[in-house]
Design a protein around this ligand. Structure first.
Ligand code: COA
Length: 400
């Protein structure tokens, strides 16, 4: 047998898709990401029509993703009640989570806490639990007692209440719904894929959600909005509170060039699929505008700063990567919106999970129905058995 056969030359010749770009692993009814036109469809609905102006709540999008159609009033109330019960059950579990909620990182806490749920927990129980655990972790981190959920509220209003310890206004709850609906699902993103891989082995929903939380934590996926706010703070401090668009622009350009010069990425910019501006950025930007109108002043200044930073970042990235459009992604305005809603930045990624869990649960169900093990291949470049010393197979394919 030749060494080419021993090391599998067919695999050496096969194209390597290390990021799996362009690889289609599932058929889905849940969402479509059109990266060229900048369109996101959630189960037949344009995200721009559904979220914000469309007035859909988190419960609506759960009904849509879990049942295929937007729920009518009675069904929406049933979903709301089931998720509220999930919050109550999760709150009752807080005393039995060991030191899960003591973790310094909110995603670590969420991962450990969710692992305590029964492996056959249904979607509404999981969704309610993620919100309750995230809020409880944030309270503990601030040295405050967890706030018990209110079964009469919808998830957005109760989440803000459980985090802040005071009732949210309807305008605030509405814009948190805008956010949660906007991020509820997004094609075969890394955390959804992780959930589907685990499900494809025949494993349980909680194992899949725990894996998804782990994937979402990374700064290239759901970990970006905290650093985006750090960036806005740093640029805002350098240009002064009253910098105005002109002042911010100069400061933003200097800060961004320094980051890129140091070999770091600009958080909230760029996307694997979108070659135009992420449509979700526009939805969240409008939500911040609406909130600004209801609360006045400071939020408008923060939005002006964010827009100036976005323009400066786009220009700097265009100059460095003329062939690869790198525009604002969802995380950019997530940072501004969640900050405006009074959520601490350490809670931004867990709040992403509060929304995305709706999509994870739907994908887990879809993957179960597909019933096929996800198991790609790799190209071996390690040592050749029996060779003296360790040689790279890929580098020495003819050696025998
Ligand atoms: N800042 C600076 N450079 C960036 C960049 C960013 N935000 N995003 C991509 N690039 C550069 C890369 O350095 C790379 O340059 P090179 O070809 O000279 O090495 C090029 O653009 C292509 O990047 P690549 O890593 O192949 O793109 P990807 O599809 O794998 O990455 C992201 C997509 C989202 C991971 C990437 O854009 C990123 O890291 N963004 C910042 C983190 C973020 O906002 N994440 C939230 C995503 S919703």
């Amino acid at each position: 047998m030749s060494m080419a056969e021993v090391i599998g030359m067919k695999d050496v010749a096969a194209p390597l898709a290390s990021g799996l770009e362009g690889v289609v692993v599932a058929e889905t009814r849940l969402s479509e990401v059109d990266g060229e036109r900048g369109k996101l469809t959630l189960a037949g609905h344009d995200v721009e029509e559904l979220a914000g102006d469309g007035g859909a709540t988190f419960e609506d999008v759960c009904g849509l993703l879990w049942g295929g159609t937007l729920p009518a009033a009675a069904e929406r109330e049933a979903i709301r009640g089931a998720i509220a019960e999930g919050r109550a059950r999760a709150f009752a579990l807080l005393g039995r989570l060991g030191d899960a909620l003591q973790a310094g990182d909110g995603m670590d806490a969420l991962r450990a806490a969710v692992a305590h749920l029964g492996s056959d927990a249904p979607p509404a129980a999981i969704a309610g639990a993620v919100a309750t655990f995230a809020a409880a972790w944030s309270r503990r981190r601030a040295g405050e007692a967890p706030v018990a959920p209110d079964p009469a509220l919808r998830l957005s209003a109760d989440y803000l209440r459980m985090v802040r310890g005071a009732a949210a206004s309807e305008a605030e709850a509405r814009e948190l719904d805008t956010y949660l609906v906007t991020v509820s699902d997004h094609g075969m993103n890394a955390s959804t894929f992780a959930a589907r891989v685990v499900t494809s082995t025949g494993s349980d929903a909680i194992s899949a959600v725990v894996a998804a939380i782990g994937a979402l934590k990374g700064p290239l996926h759901g970990g970006a909005p905290g650093p985006v706010l750090d960036m806005l703070d740093a640029i805002g401090a350098a240009t002064g509170e009253g910098g105005g668009t002109g002042g911010h622009a100069g400061g933003a350009e200097r800060w961004i060039q320094a980051e890129l010069g140091a070999g770091r990425r600009i958080m909230g910019m760029g996307h694997r699929i979108y070659r135009v501006r992420d449509p979700r950025a526009a939805v969240l930007e409008r939500a911040i505008e609406r909130l600004g109108r209801t609360s006045g002043g400071a939020r408008g200044a923060r939005l002006a700063l964010a827009r100036a930073v976005e323009r400066a970042a786009e220009a700097a990235l265009r100059a460095r990567h003329p062939d690869r459009p790198l525009r604002a992604n969802v995380e950019f305005y997530t940072a501004v919106l969640l900050d405006a809603l009074g959520l601490p930045r350490a809670l931004f990624s867990p709040t992403f999970a509060v929304g995305r869990v709706a999509g994870w649960c739907a994908h887990i169900d879809e993957q179960r129905r597909a019933g096929r093990l996800i198991r790609p291949s790799s190209r071996y470049i390690g040592g050749v058995p029996g060779a003296v010393g360790v040689r790279s197979a890929a580098l020495t394919p003819q050696s025998s």
